[in-house]
Ligand binder design. Structure first.
Ligand SMILES: [Zn+2]
Length: 114
């Protein structure tokens, strides 16, 4: 696990972590192999202004946690294109429907193991 740029960190060799200003946490995008929900993305290799496709929907992973913890239904659904986070309207946080630049990774924050 290492920092690839100010914006992106590699996780477990085949996944990438970035800071989400909507959820105020690290999200991990799986490229080399699917995540627990069977989702997998492509990455253009640009660590400064990354593009991942297709869109990332964090609801899937959260749903399992919600089942265990009884938390409210939350979602984070976005495109990450050319270093821009395009949050879709079905996100439940304050940045839903907005496009913001991918922020720098905060110091000292590590993604959960992917
Ligand atoms: Zn998010």
């Amino acid at each position: 696990m290492g920092k690839l740029s100010a914006k992106l960190r590699s996780v477990a060799g085949s996944a990438y972590g970035h800071w989400c200003p909507g959820c105020k946490e690290m999200h991990v995008i799986h490229v080399g192999s699917p995540n627990d929900c069977g989702a997998q993305w492509t990455f253009d290799g640009n660590v400064d202004t990354p593009t991942f496709s297709p869109s990332v929907n964090i609801r899937c992973e959260w749903s399992k946690l919600e089942d265990e913890a009884g938390l409210k239904d939350e979602a984070c659904h976005y495109f990450l294109k050319a270093g821009q986070l395009q949050f879709l309207p079905d996100s439940t946080h304050e940045l839903a429907g907005q496009t913001v630049p991918l922020p720098d990774l905060p110091d000292g924050v590590l993604p959960c193991p992917a």
